[in-house]
Design a protein around this ligand. Structure first.
Ligand code: HEC
Length: 164
């Protein structure tokens, strides 16, 4: 019994180090398309999760659920700007079809022009929100207009390019 346990531990160790080694070798020699695609999916999902997390209090403020807090809104808008920039690099062709765990619709790639347009509008509106929140001390019309433009971008892109 004890012997068997040690034996399986050795087998596990061989598998572990073996696969780690072959991964290193592959990363250097094989075309990077599949790993790059999977990595891009992980990056964009992480970026969008953080975008969601950053934008939520801004959306709540917009809906009057929580009071306007200039420092908070400013900080979070800046995060959305940074993350939106990241998203732009996270939809390479290699991350399109045949890969699990993505909710991106094939239209991202088949209608790239529209997708890129949505993305650049989103980035523009997020930058405007960051700028506006630097000066607005209340939930002014200027804040509301800027925040609503970003919220609309989330929805319109999801409707067209994200699976439910
Ligand atoms: C230009 C298009 C576009 C815009 C704009 C956009 N999204 Fe997304 N979002 C996507 C796509 C596509 C996915 C699916 C990514 C995947 O699964 O590979 C996604 C995924 C998500 C996810 C799920 C992430 C996960 O954990 O898998 C959240 C949350 C999210 N978006 C929030 C937002 C919020 C909030 C905004 C606006 C502030 C926003 N998105 C703006 C296209 C967009």
């Amino acid at each position: 019994m004890q012997k068997q346990k040690t034996f399986s531990a050795v087998i596990v160790a061989i598998f572990f180090f073996g696969s780690a080694f072959s991964f290193t070798v592959k990363a250097q020699s094989a075309p990077p398309s599949a790993p790059a695609g999977r990595q891009a999916i992980e990056v964009r999902k992480a970026a969008f999760a953080l975008i969601g997390n950053s934008f939520k209090p801004i959306g709540d403020t917009l809906q009057g659920k929580i009071p306007y807090n200039q420092a908070e809104v400013q900080k979070r808008a800046a995060r959305v700007v940074l993350l939106a920039d990241w998203v732009g690099e996270a939809f390479p062709d290699a991350s399109n079809t045949g890969l699990p765990d993505t909710k991106a619709k094939p239209e991202v790639w088949s209608d790239r022009t529209t997708f890129d347009k949505r993305l650049s509008e989103f980035r523009e509106h997020a930058a405007t929100l960051a700028k506006v929140s630097a000066t607005e001390t209340t939930a002014s019309d200027a804040f509301k207009t800027a925040a609503a433009a970003v919220a609309k971008d989330c929805k319109s892109c999801h409707d067209a390019f994200k699976l439910k």
